[in-house]
Ligand binder design. Structure first.
Ligand code: CS2
Length: 434
């Protein structure tokens, strides 16, 4: 990482208060988790106490561990706005583990009965499901590996099943699995993958999980661009220390959760989370209104030469496209969730997109489109088709995605396409040109 001269000499941020006791394990401690559920958990503990410290597990990369471990797990969550940066120190993460270094230690951590919740931000592809039918992809290399070697898992699903097996063997109760990924019915999806995997390991274990474990769904929302070196440098100017684990995000946040926590939960409601019996309507609203237009703006905006969402919607034709998508194609397919007003929700979205203090790159949002488009865009198109309506704006979004994954922009410049299916998509795009 290239750093401003002198910044590296600043003292590294360090934990100065005792760490809470661990009550949760989190898989996938990237920027979104640190800007979102870790912050809610920190606030819940500050208000209501409780042993809800978090053991954060990276399933692949060393990065989060390298950023947080030398700091004792603490970092700043920084609210961006045109009034400047507002940093808040977050104490909720107690330790960080890197799964490939010692998968057995991660299973033991999750199997410890003091852990009541295992939460997930593993992104769409982390569920190892087939987006086409929602079933577990038994051909996925990680799933094949974990079914053969469950004592040393690599996938989130493998870790969860291995930890459940250990708990059952020890006569302990299962933890609650809380998905915080941008997928419809994310709890039901996690449950489906865990049960299908477990059935391939041991039918009795699967029956035990089915009978005792809970998998609440949740809708999560906070725009969190990837942290840059400039962000780290500006925070350092304010705090005088070097925080390599810091995250930057908008002020807005919304967390809607199904209240099914067999073993208890932090008082997230006191930090503003909404508890409901069914979260589906909120998820549909968020995925279609926010993520659907976000992806549309990401592909079209990138191809038009815009670096960020704010730059894209500053162009009146893109702002108009977005408004038209909401009004004509998206809102008509979304049932209004209790307590929400869809036109007002979308008006607030536009204000969030236009916020120039948030530099959310179109390229970042364009990643993993093959995993994102079904729930963000294709479902809306098919609901419209079912009632005889067309979706020209969303067709344009899909066309932009198809062009983007071809890997070359209109000026002949290569596009750095990041997608688990990038090779297959490129080949498909090339053969379509023949
Ligand atoms: C974005 C989301 O990167 C993306 O695909 O659409 O991460 C978006 O910023 C969040 O869902 C907002 O809550």
């Amino acid at each position: 990482m290239s750093m401003e001269i002198g910044l590296r000499d600043r003292p590294r941020l360090k934990r100065s208060t005792p760490a809470p006791k661990v009550g949760m394990v989190h898989l996938g401690p990237g920027a979104f988790f640190r800007a979102f559920s870790a912050v809610y958990t920190d606030e819940a503990m500050a208000t209501a106490g409780g042993d809800w410290g978090i053991a954060a597990v990276s399933l692949r990369s060393q990065t989060a561990h390298d950023q947080l471990d030398p700091q004792g797990g603490v970092y700043h969550s920084v609210t961006l706005s045109n009034e400047g940066l507002k940093p808040k120190l977050i104490n909720a993460i107690v330790r960080t583990l890197v799964a490939p270094d010692d998968p057995g230690a991660v299973v033991s951590e999750m199997a410890d009965p003091t852990v009541k919740i295992v939460s997930l931000t593993i992104t769409e592809k982390g569920y190892c499901h087939k987006p086409s039918d929602g079933k577990l992809n038994l051909q996925h290399p990680d799933i094949i590996h974990d079914l053969n070697t469950l004592s040393q898992p690599v996938s989130a699903i493998g870790f969860i099943v291995a930890a459940f097996a250990a708990r059952r063997a020890a006569g302990d109760r299962p933890f609650t699995v809380l998905s915080c990924d941008n997928l419809p019915s994310n709890g039901a999806l996690a449950r489906g993958m865990v049960l299908e995997f477990a059935r391939n390991v041991d039918e009795d274990l699967a029956a035990w999980i089915e009978a005792h474990a809970s998998f609440p769904s949740s809708m999560v929302d906070r725009i969190t661009p990837a942290t840059t070196d400039e962000d780290i440098a500006s925070l350092s100017q304010i705090t005088g220390t070097l925080d390599l684990g810091c995250v930057f995000h908008e002020r807005f946040r919304q967390w809607v959760i199904e209240d099914e926590f067999a073993e208890g939960r932090p008082a997230w409601d006191l930090a503003g989370a909404q508890f409901v019996s069914k979260v589906d309507a909120h998820e549909l609203m968020k995925l279609r209104c926010l993520n659907g237009t976000h992806s549309t703006l990401a592909y079209l905006g990138y191809l038009a030469g815009f670096e960020t969402i704010a730059e894209t919607v500053a162009d009146p034709s893109f702002a108009a496209l977005c408004e038209r998508l909401w009004k004509d194609e998206i809102i008509p397919t979304v049932p209004q969730p209790d307590g929400e007003d869809l036109p007002a929700y979308c008006a607030e979205l536009m204000a969030r997109y236009k916020d120039t203090s948030i530099r959310h790159r179109t390229w970042q949002i364009a990643m993993d489109g093959s995993q994102k488009l079904p729930q963000r865009i294709l479902g809306t198109i098919s609901d419209n088709l079912a009632v005889g309506h067309t979706s020209p704006g969303l067709f344009l979004a899909v066309a932009a995605w198809m062009f983007y994954v071809g890997g070359v922009d209109e000026n002949g410049q290569e596009i750095d396409v990041r997608d688990p299916l990038s090779e297959a998509l490129k080949t498909a795009s090339e053969s379509a040109k023949d």
